[in-house]
Design a binder for this molecule. Structure first.
Ligand SMILES: [Fe+2]
Ligand SMILES: [Fe+2]
Length: 188
């Protein structure tokens, strides 16, 4: 896969986990029990796969795009980088609330749900902008040399997170296992 295709595939993976996070937020708002381990796995995914790997790969891509004539001011890439920072801040905030939620703090659970919804909303819009706008413009701009350089950088980044995060498929399965009697979550 070319680097842009890798990033698009990762978007698909991230969106699967966003669906889980959104439903966990709904459970928290309904005062339903949510396994702390599952919340931890989702937040670890957001931090390690989302921020430390996926966003880092894009931040390796953006300077190359600038060299190929897609400068940050023309393409909205500056806004995307600001949104990456916002995502990192949301994950830190969710971790703080999650730590308090495990001690039965209802206000913290609701704060976690509210932050999770803001984060999911931002990330979905962010991914839509990248897929439909920036990556669409970038696809014929990168040279073979650019793609090789990015592929090497992506491999290094992937090595850096190896073994530190559960896969999206595992997280979705874990979420479904903790579903309502009758498997209501699994069916929606
Ligand atoms: Fe991004
Ligand atoms: Fe992205």
């Amino acid at each position: 896969m070319k680097p842009l295709e890798v990033l698009k595939a990762e978007h698909h993976t991230i969106l699967q986990v966003m669906t889980v996070l959104e439903r966990l937020a709904q459970d928290l708002e309904r005062r339903e029990a949510v396994p702390a381990a599952l919340i931890d796995d989702v937040l670890q995914f957001c931090q390690v796969f989302g921020d430390q790997a996926h966003h880092a790969k894009e931040e390796a891509l953006f300077p190359l795009l600038a060299r190929r004539g897609l400068g940050p001011d023309d393409t909205g890439i500056n806004a995307l980088v600001v949104q990456h920072e916002a995502c990192r801040a949301y994950v830190r905030e969710m971790r703080t609330h999650a730590g308090q939620t495990t001690h039965g703090d209802v206000a913290a659970a609701l704060a976690l749900a509210a932050t999770a919804r803001d984060y999911v909303s931002l990330l979905r819009e962010h991914i839509r902008l990248e897929d439909s706008y920036v990556f669409a413009m970038a696809s014929d701009k990168l040279t073979a040399g650019d793609n090789q350089k990015l592929a090497r950088q992506f491999s290094d980044i992937d090595r850096g997170i190896a073994g530190r995060v559960r896969g999206a498929h595992d997280i979705v399965e874990e979420f479904q296992r903790f579903g309502q009697p009758g498997g209501a979550r699994a069916q929606t």
